[in-house]
Design a protein around this ligand. Structure first.
Ligand SMILES: [Zn+2]
Length: 67
């Protein structure tokens, strides 16, 4: 079965892939160790497309209490 490497979006064959990582009960496949390392550093970014982790100060919410 072919799946996508979530980091670089390359097709990876699950039958031959040796580089995998488990996150939230799901197995992800990678084309290279560097992709796995990148994924392990910030899985949510690649799974949910959430790129806001730590990159922006909280600007949503509005309930900060600052005058
Ligand atoms: Zn890759």
């Amino acid at each position: 079965m072919k799946v996508k490497d979530p980091v670089c979006m390359m097709d990876v064959d699950t039958e031959t892939a040796t580089i995998t990582s488990e996150y939230e009960g799901q197995t992800y496949y990678f084309c290279a160790p560097g992709c796995k390392r990148e994924f392990d550093r910030n899985p949510a970014k690649y799974i949910h497309g959430d790129d806001t982790l730590g990159s922006h100060p909280a600007e949503a919410g509005g309930g900060g209490g600052n005058p």
